[in-house]
Write a protein of this length. Structure first.
Length: 181
């Protein structure tokens, strides 16, 4: 089974952003570190918007990303993908011009048991602190039971990954806004 990394397609679609001030005004206990697991604070829909990407695109996506590891789904993308996503994360509404979009917080983080640690390499800062993965290699026996979307322990949950089933559904339904690499 192949595992893919999800990235926003900001070359062809608008860029998603949340109004930080609105977040902190509405949610006193907001904790950015709380994402990737069930949220322990009360979500109040913050103002969010899509802005022109660096390429100048003004096309709205069906799916985008926020914070590297959360999906942003239009109502139709949420409905289309819900059968794959509902047991692996939480949906939260958005306000402002993104009313009708949902933040999807994936709560499944897979451990290093699916990663070939001998072939995977990282890049480090000059002080020796971990920066990012340079090369990620999965073990050949990764099973079909991986969740549709998930994060990984090895990269501290900063990237979002998906299964073949998720990729196939996005392609079959012609959902736009992300690159699945």
């Amino acid at each position: 089974m192949t595992i893919y990394c999800i990235k926003p397609d900001i070359e062809n679609f608008m860029f998603f952003t949340i109004n930080d001030l609105d977040v902190y005004e509405k949610m006193d206990d907001f904790d950015i570190e709380g994402f990737g697991k069930p949220l322990k604070f009360s979500w109040v829909a913050p103002a969010a918007e899509f802005i022109k990407s660096d390429s100048g695109s003004t096309v709205l996506p069906d799916i985008s990303q926020w914070n590297g590891s959360d999906l942003i789904l239009s109502d139709s993308a949420k409905t289309t993908l819900d059968h794959l996503l509902k047991n692996n994360g939480e949906y939260y509404p958005l306000a402002g011009s993104c009313r009708g979009y949902w933040l999807y917080n994936p709560i499944r983080r897979l451990g290093n048991d699916i990663v070939d640690l001998e072939k995977t390499t990282s890049i480090y800062f000059d002080d020796g602190a971990w920066d990012r993965l340079e090369k990620l290699v999965f073990k050949p026996n990764v099973g079909k039971d991986i969740p549709a979307v998930f994060t990984l322990e090895i990269d501290r949950g900063v990237n979002l990954y998906c299964s073949e089933a998720f990729k196939a559904e996005v392609e079959k339904c012609a959902l736009t806004g992300i690159n699945i690499l």
